[in-house]
Design a protein around this ligand. Structure first.
Ligand SMILES: Nc1ncnc2c1ncn2[C@@H]1O[C@H](COP(=O)(O)OP(=O)(O)O)[C@@H](O)[C@H]1O
Ligand SMILES: [Mg+2]
Length: 305
């Protein structure tokens, strides 16, 4: 099958997983699946279990009960390295990057290309710079000088370095834990466009957010977590924007949103050439309003801009 991959074996799937931290049940019977060329948005309030779920998927935690399958095969990951070896790459909120090192050094961190042998073996700067520049260009970012410190990039651009790196090193599944939470409107838009790019390159993407507007701009499917349980997985047709917000938040927020919701025009499936401009369009209409409704500081310590 082509297109969104319905009917194909999921890249990753969990069945009825639970996760206990002592007596705390962080996940309580969660099932979900992600296929190639699909953006699955994982939604839910703080403490819902989003991070615990993706840490389980990425080998940081092991589930207490339930099954985890990668391309139909049951797996047991002991470490994030195991998950990475299966093509599951996770980009965390606090990116593991060294600000003073160059973009290309950060791009190749842990897998440095070398030239020469023995005592003369050294980091292949030329190769690293060329690849980093090329890979970023594929994501639509023009890095003039890949040897500039990564700390000189904006937050959105740094996210894009992490995403481009994961794609280059063969990720099949990209997991993003609230990549847009600490970003301003424009930079959040940048990151959302990379998510659409990754999907266009047939990756499966799990995009965690507690911002339904960000989710709606790029999501194909939506899994909602609340206090460790799922409400299930929905397509855009099955879950209206109002329902999504109601499931995620309280009545007060819903009231505040209702006016905006009426004005919001849903864009259709974002595909092909029109993809980027439609993402831009959806964001322009939606994001400005959304940033203050869902306080991005709730879930992490970074400042909002
Ligand atoms: N390492 C841990 N030890 C104990 N409790 C944890 C740990 N990680 C998460 N929790 C608890 O599990 C629940 C879900 O947390 P989390 O997955 O971080 O939620 P979210 O990412 O959706 O905000 C919360 O009650 C949290 O306190
Ligand atoms: Mg979290």
């Amino acid at each position: 099958m082509s297109g969104k991959g319905n009917g194909t074996t999921p890249l990753i799937e969990v069945r009825n997983i639970t996760k206990y931290f002592g007596s705390v049940i962080a996940l309580n019977g969660v099932s979900m699946a992600v296929r190639a060329g699909e953006v699955m948005c994982l939604l839910g309030d703080n403490g819902a279990g989003k991070s615990t779920l993706i840490k389980t998927l990425s080998g940081v935690h092991q589930q207490s009960e339930g099954q985890y399958l990668v391309e139909g095969q049951e797996v047991h990951f002991d470490s994030p390295r195991d998950a990475l070896d299966h093509g599951i790459a996770t980009v965390y909120q606090d990116l593991a990057m060294i600000p003073l090192l160059s973009i290309s050094r950060n791009f190749f961190m842990g897998s440095e290309p070398t030239k020469g042998r023995g005592l003369f073996k050294r980091f292949d700067v030329k190769f690293a710079n060329r690849v980093a520049k090329e890979e970023m260009a594929k994501m639509g970012i023009d890095i003039r000088d890949p040897s500039q410190p990564v700390g000189t990039l904006s937050g959105g651009e740094r996210q894009s370095v992490a995403i481009a790196r994961a794609v280059y090193f063969g990720a099949k599944v990209l997991i993003l834990d609230e990549p847009t939470a600490a970003l301003g409107v424009k930079q959040a838009g940048t990151v959302l466009r990379y998510i659409a790019q990754a999907r266009a390159r047939n990756l499966g993407v799990i995009f965690i957010t507690h911002n339904p507007h960000h989710a709606y701009a790029v999501g194909d499917k939506f899994t909602i977590l609340k206090r460790g349980r799922t409400f299930g997985t929905f397509t855009e047709d099955e879950l209206s924007r109002e329902e999504m917000v109601r499931m995620m938040s309280g009545v007060d927020e819903l009231d505040a949103l209702s006016h905006e919701l009426q004005e919001f025009e849903r864009t259709d499936k974002l595909q092909g050439e029109g993809m980027m401009s439609e993402v831009d369009h959806a964001l322009a209409k939606s994001l400005e309003e959304s940033e203050h409704l869902f306080d991005p500081k709730k879930d992490n310590e970074h400042p909002a801009q």
